[in-house]
Design a protein around this ligand. Structure first.
Ligand code: AGP
Length: 617
């Protein structure tokens, strides 16, 4: 998954583009590049490594003048990360330049055809093939860039978000979208335009944005409205200008060392934003418009299938326990990447809930399309407004967590659970599977969650001190039961993806079926042992571990004295209903993995090999 950005207007393009690329680095950061047009020539520079490497190179390489340009930060799909495979790519003539986020699946056959017509290639990328296909169409059909892009794209299979520039027509940039996101920032009086994979690069310049839909393209030209068209038939599209809710400091780190820490601390506010306007505890009302408008469908559903990946899949597992406990609707949770390739049985009586923070995860998007093709109703739980998954669903609800920049998902997880718990409560009320007393209790409990999360955040220094003792561990086990079994999985994922320590999550009762053989006096075991559910059973699990000299870090309910007797460390969290406890028990695990990763000098916000959203398969 990559980040693209561009500018056309009356300002210096270089600082706008390079700053935009820095904001987009979370989308991919193995190489970066920029193209600027100085009125005569295309000047471009590109390099392996981060945007900061590109900045150094540009200052030595090229004249950074010009008020039109495009830029790119890459997460390699075709061609290893190196200077040549970085974007932008120029066509053979040198007149056309392109930046691209996505995959052209039939690039190989197109490349062969172009080679037979005398084209040569400098890189191994699908993108360089695309820009030469556009040039070939432009020359053969003797058409302008916009038309050439439209014809060329009708010949490709795959996903793309592209920005294309033609130096022979230097007053426009052509953009097109299928499967990867593009936002166009609209300047005052159409005097300037900003192009980017999301709005973060241009929000300080304009809050007006057009989001292209799939199979749409646009010619962005100074002084006139953006002309959006359908790629398939070149027909006009009446593009809607959204007013952005983002503001700059939401993007910036806000004084924290890392986006991840900022986002961990944002959780009280993020959870509040998730239930704002939806949870009216005093009136005993929950209203989620996407659910209200489809209540009949949900009430008649024979099954809910949850599809997601990674942390979102863990949120789906928590939701399974909550939906089945509260609303008595059968729930199955599927890895989207498996669901899409097996031959699942899906009927019109099924409701599919797709969970995705970015709304761009290719596997989840494909799973939704499969479900829809088999007649299921698809409801999306996304965070990014206007994202591909959000637009693909039949209906949905946004988590309103605000931008999550750190690759490791934190507030996305807790806000997904918040929204899904509200949905389950609302359905339980509608189905009469929960007494009104319990219902009201849960509404009040939910309203108290942000305050309780804040209380957990206040013991951060204690968690940091524990982290210090285990930062050299090579393996960790996370154990939980019931609603907190998925939290054990999530805690393990957090640790491994940012500190590179191997960690596994397990249902605590599974220990005796194998994993207990791993335990020795070097192994830290994190156990979620709140005083709810099968508390006495988890206490005996802890004793089993103790007798094998495992080092125990236990998450307990404040005031617990039993576990305190046995564990090496206890982290106390406030009393909370078991079904909502994942919203609290996950916080210490986020902080523990964060501090261990920082002490191990890992790149917390951009861990190796990972990207914020995986828009490739
Ligand atoms: C979790 O910390 C990771 N960033 C990753 O597992 C992520 O949750 C997964 O790729 C799904 O992303 P999505 O929620 O944007 O679809």
């Amino acid at each position: 998954m990559c980040g693209i950005t561009g500018y056309i207007g009356n300002r210096d393009a270089y600082p706008i583009i390079i700053n935009g690329l820095q904001r987009l680095e979370y989308r991919g950061y193995d190489s970066a590049g920029i193209m600027l047009f100085d009125g005569q020539e295309i000047n471009f520079s590109k390099t392996k490594g981060k945007v900061s490497n590109l900045q150094e190179k540009v200052e030595n390489d090229i004249s950074a003048s010009g008020s039109i340009g495009i830029g790119h930060t890459r997460w390699a799909t075709h061609g290893i990360p190196n200077d040549l495979n970085s974007h932008p790519h120029l066509s053979q003539s040198g007149d056309l330049a392109i930046v691209h986020n996505g995959i052209i699946e039939n690039y190989d056959s197109i490349k062969k055809e172009l080679i037979s017509r005398g084209y040569t290639f400098k890189s191994d990328t699908d993108t360089e093939v695309l820009i030469n296909l556009i040039e070939e169409v432009k020359n053969q059909e003797n058409v302008m860039l916009g038309k050439a892009v439209q014809i060329a794209l009708s010949q490709v299979i795959g996903a793309y978000a592209i920005a294309v520039f033609d130096k022979t027509k230097p007053d426009e940039i052509v953009v097109a979208k299928l499967g990867s996101p593009i936002a166009i920032g609209v300047g005052k009086n159409f005097e300037e335009f900003f192009i980017a994979s999301d709005a973060s690069p241009f929000i300080e310049y304009t809050k007006d944005a057009i989001y292209l839909e799939d199979e749409e393209m646009a010619i962005v030209k100074i002084g006139r409205e953006v002309a959006v068209r359908k790629i398939i038939d070149d027909s006009n599209v009446d593009a809607k200008i959204h007013e952005l809710q983002l503001n700059l400091e939401q993007i910036e780190k806000g004084g924290y060392d890392h986006f991840m820490l900022k986002e961990i601390y944002e959780q009280p506010k993020a959870i509040t934003d998730t239930f704002r306007g939806r949870l009216l505890a005093k009136e005993g009302i929950i209203k989620i418009s996407g659910l209200e408008n489809n209540m009949k469908k949900f009430l008649n559903a024979e099954r809910i299938i949850i599809v997601a990946c990674g942390t979102s899949w863990h949120a789906g597992l928590v939701a399974e326990y909550i939906f089945e406990d509260f609303a008595r609707i059968p729930v199955e949770v599927e890895y989207a990447s498996e669901f899409r390739y097996r031959n699942p049985i899906i009927t019109e009586k099924d409701i599919v809930i797709a969970i995705s923070q970015s709304g761009e995860t290719a596997d989840t998007l494909a799973a939704i399309k499969l479900a829809k093709s088999k007649g299921a109703f698809v409801f999306g739980v996304c965070n990014v407004v206007g994202s591909s998954i959000a637009r693909e669903n039949d209906s949905g609800a946004y988590t309103h967590a605000g931008p999550e920049i750190g690759v490791a998902s934190t507030k996305a997880f807790t806000t997904q659970i918040t929204l899904l718990a509200l949905m389950a409560l609302r359905l339980a009320r509608a189905k009469g599977t929960m007494t009104s007393a319990s219902y009201r209790l849960y509404l009040q409990e939910m309203e108290l969650i942000p305050k309780k999360v804040k209380q957990v955040l206040e013991i951060d220094s204690q968690i940091k001190a524990i982290a210090k003792k285990y930062l050299l561990s090579t393996n960790c086990l996370y154990l939980g039961r019931g609603f907190n079994f998925p939290v054990a999985l999530e805690g393990a994922l957090k640790l491994k993806e940012i500190s590179y320590i191997h960690a596994e999550g397990y249902p605590a009762a599974e220990m005796k079926h194998g994993p207990i053989a791993l335990i020795d006096d070097r192994m830290p075991i994190i156990v979620i042992a709140i005083n709810k559910g099968h508390y006495e059973k988890i206490v005996s699990n802890i004793q089993e571990i103790k007798s094998r000299k495992g080092k125990i870090i236990a998450i307990v309910t404040e005031g617990d004295v039993t576990v305190k007797e046995i564990a090496d460390h206890v982290i106390e969290i406030p009393e909370v209903e078991e079904a909502l406890s994942p919203l609290l028990t996950t916080i210490p695990l986020q902080l523990l993995s964060y501090h261990i990763a920082v002490m191990r000098d890992c790149n917390v916000d951009q861990p190796r090999n990972l990207a914020k959203s995986v828009t490739v398969e």
